[in-house]
Design a protein around this ligand. Structure first.
Ligand SMILES: NC(=O)c1ccc[n+]([C@@H]2O[C@H](COP(=O)([O-])OP(=O)(O)OC[C@H]3O[C@@H](n4cnc5c(N)ncnc54)[C@H](OP(=O)(O)O)[C@@H]3O)[C@@H](O)[C@H]2O)c1
Length: 293
């Protein structure tokens, strides 16, 4: 997809109210894409909409959706809204994510980092997959991280009940992003839909600013060696637009180069197991929610 071909293409991006997602939304709108931004809070989403609109190329549209992605009911409602609103979906950017230094649980009783960073993109992608297939050639890109290095999927303690360390948990979810992407790519073979993940680098964004004064100060100290958000969004925008990646699938990228992730992230059996367990987790929340309604 070159700049011209991006015109008229429908892109959906989560975590677009700040940081890497907002910078990517601005860049894609500037290139003529129709950009749908997903935010968690109405006010911040409206502010982001105005910023993206100010950068948008003539003719491109900017639309908004509000959803707390840590809630599976909200993810399901978001997907239903998207399917009703857009006849086609060319690019899905799963970008929203966060780290929590203390263990919290989502409204569904799922540890919050896992709910937001892994299960939300997993469920949203699954719910939008038929539309993405019908819109092929289309792309799914998930913001992962080199933080996955050294992590393993805690299959015996998925809800982090036995032990919880904020950064350790974050690392596990970023590993899950890469395993999800590679399993998704295998399942998409022959569909002309591609799935890739990437590491944006250390980026000076709102990341880790939700964890109190100490973490706030740590992020400020890291600022001199961090990239700005535009640089952090570069590989995301490239993956969404470049013709160079149409013939590859399931890869992990850093600075627009395909890189091998950790051995744990290349484990095909773990990727399949994670997929099946994630399906079961989503099904169990759905049946609980149905039972309660
Ligand atoms: N910054 C880095 O150095 C770095 C490095 C590697 C990977 N990453 C990854 O990059 C992605 C973007 O992070 P960022 O650095 O741009 O951080 P950020 O500035 O904090 O942006 C995170 C975005 O996610 C949204 N979000 C958070 N919780 C949400 C929820 N429950 N429901 C819906 N949206 C939610 C935020 O919305 P609000 O505006 O409402 O908070 C915001 O738009 C994440 O997946 C992160 O893991 C970041």
């Amino acid at each position: 997809m070159d700049e011209l071909a991006l015109r008229g293409r429908q892109v959906l991006i989560t975590g677009a109210t700040n940081g890497i997602g907002l910078a990517a939304a601005e860049a894609l709108a500037a290139r003529g894409a129709n950009v749908a931004i997903v935010g968690r809070a109405q006010t911040r989403t409206k502010v982001a909409e105005a910023l993206v609109r100010a950068r948008a190329a003539p003719g491109g549209t900017v639309s908004t959706h509000v959803a707390d992605l840590s809630s599976q009911a909200a993810v399901r409602k978001l997907a239903a809204d998207i399917l009703a609103r857009y006849g086609k979906l060319d690019v899905l950017l799963n970008n929203a994510g966060a780290m929590y230094t203390t263990r919290q649980v989502s409204v569904d009783g799922i540890e919050l980092t896992w709910a937001l960073n892994h299960l939300a993109p997993f469920l949203l992608t699954k719910l939008l997959l038929d539309r993405l297939k019908a819109s092929a050639p289309s792309r799914i890109i998930t913001t992962a991280s080199d933080a996955h290095l050294g992590a393993t999927v805690p299959f015996d303690d998925l809800n982090a009940e036995r032990s919880y360390r904020g950064f350790g948990r974050y690392k596990e979810t970023k590993l899950a992003n890469i395993l999800f992407t590679s399993e998704l790519a295998r399942r998409l073979e022959g569909s002309n839909v591609t799935a890739h993940s990437f590491h944006p680098g250390l980026v000076s964004s709102g990341f880790n600013r939700n964890n109190g004064l100490l973490m706030d100060m740590a992020m400020l100290l890291l600022r001199p060696i961090s990239r700005n958000v535009q640089k952090g969004a570069e590989t995301l925008v490239w993956l969404a637009t470049s013709p160079d990646v149409v013939s590859t699938n399931g890869r992990y990228f850093v600075d627009m180069q395909s890189r091998l992730p950790s051995p744990q992230a290349q484990d095909v059996a773990a990727a399949r197991r994670l997929w099946e367990i994630s399906e079961a987790q989503c099904a169990s929340v759905l049946s609980r929610n149905k039972g309660g309604s």
